[in-house]
Design a protein around this ligand. Structure first.
Ligand code: AMP
Length: 142
């Protein structure tokens, strides 16, 4: 299965915040939208940034406390790895596993068209496995 099909199933919604948003705003947005990452499309220094739950944990562990005053652009990841609509689920899972992140923005013609999480992809793999098992059971008993 390709990422285009995954996005067709889950929708192309991408939750964003502006680069100047505070960390508190980003955390509240993630909580309200029930997502683990926000994209920052209008960041001055890079075309797109990403800020995730993991960054919040890293900040807190590193002693950052003033989440109201700190901006997202000061703590986001700038060098974002992206996927394509034609990428397969297996390719995306391999990339995310190798690079150790759980969120992959998807681009088409240089434009952001969606984001898949590792949870979205594991769900697809579980469904595929269940369908294969059912087909094998049907074959064996027919
Ligand atoms: P995650 O596991 O997705 O919560 O992210 C772990 C770390 O990787 C965080 O510092 C994120 O900002 C960063 N990150 C998440 N997704 C990506 C991505 N697609 N490209 C580059 N960095 C990412």
């Amino acid at each position: 299965m390709k990422l285009s099909e995954v996005l067709a199933g889950k929708g192309r919604r991408v939750v964003t915040v502006s680069a100047k948003s505070s960390i508190t705003d980003a955390i509240r947005t993630m909580q309200a939208e029930k997502v683990g990452a926000v994209l920052v499309p209008d960041s001055g220094e890079c075309p797109v940034g990403i800020f995730t739950e993991r960054d919040v944990v890293r900040m807190h562990a590193g002693g950052d406390r003033d989440f109201d005053a700190l901006t997202v652009e000061s703590r986001m990841t700038c060098s974002v790895v992206v996927g394509k609509l034609s990428m397969t689920v297996d390719e995306a899972l391999g990339l995310m596993t190798q690079r150790r992140f759980r969120h992959l923005p998807v681009l088409e013609d240089g434009k952001l068209v969606g984001l898949v999480s590792i949870g979205d992809l594991v769900k697809v793999k579980l469904e595929e496995t269940a369908q294969e098992a059912q087909a094998l059971r049907a074959y064996i008993t027919s």
